[in-house]
Design a protein around this ligand. Structure first.
Ligand SMILES: Cc1ncc(COP(=O)(O)O)c(C=O)c1O
Length: 412
């Protein structure tokens, strides 16, 4: 029956994530305790005022404009401009979609040219490029440069490519490494030189642990598309609301994207868009500060407890993830290593090869969100500083799972 499937779709394979999930379920059925360190979802509830706004807008039932609710686009543009001194987005530059993943897929369909992906990169960029038949060029990064490409690595790769149209993905804070890009300016110099478009995936930007988040669009406003949404900072992944902010210089691209939006999902669910106005207009600093305090404390606990001669790991700077490299591990591939960790410790990690790294690198992504965020938040909201006792009480799986991984690494 393969003849009814397009070649590029038939090439797609279920990711190792799925295999790990199946293995988790098998072990769970056998009574094994599982630490869910493979999942990339916010453990926190949506802020109350945003939930209330959704309730109050449940009666909104009309289709909305294909580009998104005007009031929401204006609120997003204003929010972006507050943190971005060189860009001046207007509501007409914003496109709303059912999550940024969908907007990225449509972007791959619109875009004619080649794709530059840093390795490691988020799991969906490459399959989406395959679906749209765009060629992907990987740039292997290292922990020395915080897991981001250097300008010369980008330039070396560009010189090998024939295409004049290039789309470079930059995701900071980064999934899977948990690091922040500290060479944005030099990246923009090459981007300008070769007239690239940058897709700046800023889905974790509000979860940057120091409060000085810089978008690459500050340095290259004319060529950067900013991608973000409610999924991570607002704990609302299941609401499916994301946006692109597209500079006026890329107006034709935006217009084509809009047409694909209207020919695919029409417009994002109306109540969700109305509720999102509150997410972007309201003051959620208390919620965000508390969420970041918990995430950065937990991240640093995992980092301090794992890092050793046997485990290299970059300091956590934002988001939900750490990217430990096990120096003594001798497995044929990172998926095989992750299977061994899961079987021996119950900790589910995702192999580095899922993120574009060579599979012989003994690296895995660890998501430190296996705790009840609502309970952790409620019980520590007023407290000034967190300590290990809080973690033991409100995130016991993190403490036990990390100890088990450490023991596993020591036993190698
Ligand atoms: C780096 C990165 N980009 C984009 C997304 C997709 O987010 P959305 O829920 O907006 O589709 C995710 C979600 O896991 C992600 O980790």
């Amino acid at each position: 029956m393969n003849k009814i499937i397009k070649e590029q779709i038939a090439q797609l394979r279920p990711s190792a994530t799925l295999a790990i999930n199946e293995e988790c379920n098998r072990l769970k059925r056998g009574g094994k305790k599982i630490y869910k360190f493979g999942f990339g979802q916010s453990p926190f509830p949506v802020p109350e005022s945003v939930v209330l706004s959704l309730k109050n807008n449940a009666d909104k039932h009309n289709y909305l404009p294909m580009q998104g609710l005007e009031e929401l686009r204006a609120a997003i543009a204003e929010d972006l401009n507050k943190n971005n001194n060189n860009n001046n987005f207007e509501q007409d530059d914003i496109v709303i979609g059912p999550g940024t993943k969908e907007l990225m897929l449509l972007t791959q369909i619109v875009f004619k040219g080649d794709i530059l992906l840093p390795a490691p990169s988020w799991v969906s960029y490459q399959p989406q490029a395959l679906i749209a038949k765009n060629k992907v060029y990987w740039i292997q990064t290292t922990s020395k440069n915080n897991w981001f490409p250097t300008a010369s690595q980008i330039e070396d790769q560009v010189k090998k490519i024939k295409s004049e149209n290039l789309l470079l993905f930059i995701n900071s804070p980064n999934n899977p490494s948990g690091t922040v890009c500290n060479n944005l300016q030099e990246i923009t110099e090459v981007a300008k030189k070769y007239k690239m478009i940058i897709l700046s995936d800023e889905i974790y930007s509000q979860l940057n642990f120091n409060d000085q988040y810089k978008s690459i669009s500050n340095f290259y406003p004319q060529g950067t598309i900013v991608s973000s949404g409610l999924s991570k900072w607002c704990g609302a992944g299941g609401w499916r609301l994301g946006f692109f902010a597209i500079p006026k210089q890329l107006k034709n691209f935006k217009n084509s994207l809009k047409i694909l939006c209207s020919e695919s999902f029409t417009s994002v669910s109306a109540p969700i868009q109305y509720a999102a106005v509150e997410a972007y207009k309201g003051d959620h600093s208390k919620y965000l500060n508390a969420v970041k305090k918990i995430l950065s404390f937990t991240a640093n606990y995992v980092y301090e407890n794992l890092k050793s001669n046997a485990i290299n790991i970059s300091k956590p700077e934002g988001g939900f993830y750490l990217f430990p490299e096990f120096n003594n591990a001798k497995f044929s591939s990172s998926p095989e290593m992750c299977r061994d960790i899961l079987n021996k410790t119950g900790a589910a990690l995702l192999p580095g090869s899922d993120f574009g790294l060579e599979s012989n690198k003994m690296i895995a992504r660890l998501s430190y969100t296996d705790f009840d965020g609502a309970n952790f938040l409620k019980n520590t909201l007023g407290s000034k500083k967190l300590d290990t006792e809080d973690l033991k009480k409100y995130a016991p799986n993190i403490v036990a799972g990390v100890a088990a991984i450490k023991d596993w690494s020591n036993s190698l």
